[in-house]
Design a protein around this ligand. Structure first.
Ligand SMILES: [Zn+2]
Length: 298
């Protein structure tokens, strides 16, 4: 597998001198399987640069775009993804419906005339929409699994296994605390029931999902100190992310969805604190912070 990060920032794009090293685009990742096929994870603003690169290469684009959830930072780049404007390209958008609106309309509505000059039905590529829940399906030879996570908006994590290699992508997820969740109103009842019904610790779900992953990308929006003030916002602190990575025995843990106010120097500081924590707890996996433009191969 080969992976390239085109967007790593949470919530909103953050251009500026303080974010040039880790990057300011919102989530979008390019995954290439060993057979060359292309899977895109999320369609935040980073997907615009990916699309431009695909157009420049002349490649006929046949891809699946796996959307974790339709919060803006994960779909707002789609209207700027140029391969969708080119006849002959085939794009399958994968994601969850909501009870009141299906996936196709979720994507189409952000391109309504009031918001954007070109409507979804004017795009020239062949578009398909695949609504998913918590399930397993195949893209070519790859096995794709999804799991609902603890974040508002019918949010899923993706696990992709292919040719003995694996990637787990958990862009937005919060530690599940039964007592804290009891007072929350901004989470979908159907998803929360799934957590409450788990015997034992509901956080075991994500540990099982990530088990032995080669590459594990997980929300690390906050520091533990910040998280104490942000319970119920749907995001994790880095100590939780490291604990899941250790319990799941992953090989490489990548801190993701950087907080929009976080500068490059502050992310360096978080990485230093992670290394201290890992030494103290004798964690042995590799840890890094997602960086726009970074490429990995395994
Ligand atoms: Zn997000």
């Amino acid at each position: 597998m080969r992976l390239k990060f085109w967007g790593v920032r949470g919530s909103i794009p953050t251009p500026g001198s303080g974010t040039v090293r880790y990057g300011g685009n919102t989530p979008s990742l390019e995954l290439r399987l060993d057979d060359g096929s292309l899977i895109i994870l999320d369609a935040g603003t980073g997907i615009r640069n990916l699309g431009d690169r695909l157009i420049a290469s002349g490649e006929t684009v046949n891809t699946h775009i796996l959307i974790t959830h339709p919060h803006w930072d994960h779909i707002q780049g789609f209207p700027f993804f140029k391969p969708a404007f080119v006849a002959g390209n085939e794009i399958t958008v994968v994601g969850t419906d909501r009870e009141e609106i299906d996936l196709e309309h979720i994507i189409a509505d952000q391109m309504k005339k009031i918001y954007f000059p070109i409507q979804l039905n004017e795009l020239k590529a062949r578009l398909r929409f695949r609504s998913i829940g918590e399930e397993e399906f195949r893209i070519g030879d790859a096995r794709v699994r999804t799991m609902y996570v603890n974040h508002p908006g019918f949010t899923v994590a993706y696990r992709i296994d292919h040719a003995g290699k694996s990637l787990v992508y958990v862009s937005d997820n919060e530690p599940f605390d039964r007592a804290a969740v009891a007072g929350l109103t901004n989470f979908e009842p159907a998803v929360m029931k799934r957590f409450r019904d788990v015997a034992g610790d509901p956080n075991d779900r994500i540990i099982g999902f990530a088990r032995n992953a080669d590459v594990f990308i997980h929300d690390a929006t906050y520091t533990p100190e910040e998280y104490a003030e942000k319970v119920g916002w749907g995001h994790s602190h880095y100590a939780y992310t490291l604990a899941v990575a250790s319990a799941a025995q992953v090989k490489h843990c990548i801190l993701f969805h950087h907080e929009p106010n976080r500068t490059d120097d502050q992310i360096d500081g978080i990485l230093a604190r992670c290394r201290d924590l890992m030494a103290a707890r004798q964690y042995s996996f590799r840890c890094s912070a997602a960086t726009e433009g970074e490429e990995l191969a395994w």
